[in-house]
Design a protein around this ligand. Structure first.
Ligand code: AMP
Length: 289
């Protein structure tokens, strides 16, 4: 496994591969790798002849008071996992390498609309921070395809919109959520939970499944299902931000006649902000919105 810590080293390896006619797949991460990340890498390896993973905790996607300073860093064990999974190149730059002019006056990429709803409403500036760093990474890795987890469903939509609008020559693929045996979506932030919180955490997945069942019955309004989901999580000890059923294709409000919906949830549990989502395919078009 090659390791590049600078943009110059990264470009040199990628240029060699391009001359040799290799295809390149890319998985951006913030490290503290778990099986969700490794599953993305294994898929990336299937789809191209060379694979690149980046590890970079991007300060500009964290809001003031969020967990940037304490975000878990486990670089040595991450390297071992990546090597074992057959990665070709790890790009692990430091802050100056990706933000040579500092982070305050840096050029930003913003995807309007999608960036201000759901997580964007509670984390202003977050998706602009993500779009900016992913642009820097895509321009330098120059992959044929980049893989993202559907765990961050809204993020995948923002990146797809950005790539479409800026005519970036890369294919963006969303990949299924990898879960723990009890249903909790794997996340680096799960490590913030104490034992009692960890035991509660799968209730997000359970509440989402109950909401999906109710939605499939088509005898309750979606608003009532969302309100019940919020109440369920709050009474279990979460501090839910949203429990929201949207159109899967653009996250707008569902309309009568829709068939493909996405339930998205964000909820705090102790010190951890957890997010999750679930596809709802209706066998019959939606009757009440
Ligand atoms: P992160 O390191 O949290 O920024 O995540 C890096 C990539 O891994 C993103 O595309 C995430 O959506 C993806 N990812 C994180 N957790 C999971 C999971 N449980 N299942 C699938 N993909 C995931």
């Amino acid at each position: 496994m090659n390791i590049a810590n600078s943009v110059d080293e990264l470009r040199a390896v990628v240029a060699g591969w391009r001359r040799a006619g290799e295809t390149i797949s890319f998985v951006p991460t913030m490290g503290n790798l778990h099986d969700g990340h490794i599953t993305l890498l294994l898929k990336a390896r299937e789809l191209a002849t060379r694979s690149v993973v980046s590890i970079f905790v991007n300060p500009i996607q964290f809001g003031r008071g969020e967990d940037y300073a304490k975000y878990p860093s486990t670089l040595e064990s991450d390297k071992q996992k990546l090597q074992a999974a057959g990665l070709d190149l790890l790009f692990a730059p430091d802050l100056n390498e990706l933000y040579p002019g500092g982070i305050e006056e840096d050029t930003r990429v913003t995807v309007p609309g999608l960036s201000s709803i759901l997580c964007g409403q509670y984390r202003p500036g977050h998706f602009s921070g993500v779009a900016t760093v992913v642009t820097k990474l895509l321009m330098n890795v120059q992959p044929d395809l980049a893989l993202f987890g559907d765990k961050d469903y809204q993020q995948v939509m923002v990146i797809k919109q950005m790539v479409h609008d800026l005519l970036m020559p890369v294919k963006i693929l969303g990949q299924p959520i990898v879960r723990e045996a009890d249903g909790l979506a794997m996340s680096s932030r799960n490590s913030y939970l104490n034992a009692a919180e960890r035991a509660l955490a799968p209730q997000i997945f359970q509440a989402m499944n109950r909401a999906r069942e109710k939605t499939l019955l088509q005898n309750t309004s979606l608003i009532a299902i969302e309100t019940a989901g919020m109440a369920e999580l709050a009474s279990a000890g979460f501090r839910p931000e949203y429990f929201s059923i949207r159109r899967a294709q653009d996250l707008s409000a569902p309309q009568v006649g829709d068939t493909t919906l996405q339930l998205l949830v964000a909820a705090w549990l102790g010190p951890a902000r957890l997010i999750d989502n679930l596809r709802i395919e209706l066998p019959e078009p939606l009757k009440i919105a």
